[in-house]
Unconditional design. Structure first.
Length: 398
């Protein structure tokens, strides 16, 4: 039994490690890669369950794609599975950015690199395929199609994390109104490895205790390490709207005190755009490059744990209550609306920033069409589509 559990955990790690090595394009693209892997290919989750997880993680502060990945690992293999999923998805980009801080990796002019443009085009194809597939499953009638379109229009008209949260909440209200007499069954009934309510309460208590207690401890104890951990934990706790939003918070934490120069900060941010995986791993670069604290690879690990810990505690804390709420018929009706709103959010993100930054000309569009066809209709493995798009970008756009 223990051997099987170990093998299951290691298998989860390998799956997410491959995703961590190939998932370029930012959090929205990551969600597309996850859907392709866990809903369509491996069938670890049903479409509804996956959309519910995405909606939950849009509500919570922190990196949504990393939180979804942790939740998938958690439901597949308990806490060891969740940690294995987080480690596998985070390790490649964290290692590359720590290496960049040492000066080992020279990326050059990132914006004009053909290979990077190819990666952005691949992200367009991945997100487009995810929107298409989720819309077919989660928006089968006029009401939910209308909800998705209205959600997309609202987010594009008033961009920001508060709008995203408001749109998901409004979708829930609309779903309750339209489907309150027809819903039933829970989306997480087929997953016995959900966290208990007791563990959820412990994690939520730990989240708030650290959020309030770390600054007090840093004020009482003269320790650069504790001060850094408190600052990065605070940044990870207060970010709504994705990885890019954490940048001004981290800048205030590390540039203002003089721990790192503004030029080095921006250089690390540029490098973070060129590596796969979550943008939050930018914290690993900062920890390795800062003049304060442990510095080097140890400093990178220190800040990496600090910035991700709040989001993992929140997922572990909220998921058992969210899962039990989803079994209530009226909540199921509301979730139909929130799922349609999530499709709308992905549709809006497909245009901005994925399309606007990925498709810059006719050649980009041709590569994108080919990548979409391979992924969506020919069912080609996502990593191979990414590799082909990168090669095409290098040859045609470099």
């Amino acid at each position: 039994m223990a051997d099987n559990s170990w093998r299951n955990t290691f298998g989860i790690f390998l799956v997410f490690l491959r995703l961590g090595l190939t998932s370029f394009g930012g959090p929205v693209a990551h969600l597309g890669f996850f859907r392709e892997e866990f809903v369509r290919r491996r069938q670890w989750l049903r479409e509804e369950s996956y959309a519910d997880l995405v909606a939950l993680c849009q509500f919570l502060p922190g990196p949504a794609s990393s939180q979804v990945g942790y939740a998938v690992g958690l439901m597949r293999g308990g806490v060891p599975g969740g940690l294995a999923a987080w480690l596998g998805f985070t390790l490649p980009s964290a290692a590359l950015l720590i290496a960049f801080a040492y000066g080992v990796v020279a990326f050059g002019d990132l914006e004009s690199a053909g290979w990077l443009r190819g990666l952005k085009i691949a992200a367009v194809a991945v997100v487009a395929s995810a929107v298409w597939g989720m819309a077919a499953q989660l928006c089968p009638d006029r009401q939910r199609v209308s909800l998705a379109l209205l959600a997309a229009m609202a987010v594009l008209a008033w961009p920001g994390s508060l709008t995203q949260i408001a749109v998901i909440a409004a979708g829930g209200v609309a779903g309750w109104y339209f489907y309150r007499g027809t819903a039933g069954g829970g989306t997480f009934d087929d997953y016995p490895r959900l966290p208990s309510r007791r563990s959820g309460i412990i994690c939520l208590t730990a989240f708030f205790a650290l959020l309030l207690g770390l600054p007090l401890g840093a004020a009482l104890v003269s320790s650069a390490e504790l001060d850094i951990f408190a600052g990065f934990y605070r940044a990870g706790s207060l970010v709504f709207g994705g990885g890019h939003v954490v940048l001004p918070l981290l800048q205030a934490e590390v540039v203002t005190p003089g721990w790192i120069g503004d030029d080095h900060f921006l250089a690390g941010y540029g490098a973070a755009q060129a590596v796969p995986g979550p943008l939050f791993t930018f914290a690993a670069y900062l920890g390795a490059a800062m003049t304060a604290g442990p510095g080097g690879w140890l400093g990178g690990l220190w800040t990496l744990v600090a910035v991700f810990l709040p989001s993992l505690l929140l997922v572990q804390g909220v998921l058992p209550f969210w899962a039990r709420l989803s079994r209530i018929p009226l909540a199921q009706a509301a979730l139909r609306g929130t799922n349609a709103a999530v499709v709308g959010l992905l549709l809006a993100a497909l245009y901005d920033p994925v399309w606007t930054r990925g498709i810059l000309g006719t050649t980009d569009f041709i590569i994108g069409l080919a990548a979409f066809g391979l992924l969506h209709f020919w069912k080609t493995a996502p990593w191979l589509v990414v590799a082909l798009a990168t090669a095409a970008g290098t040859l045609l756009l470099g």
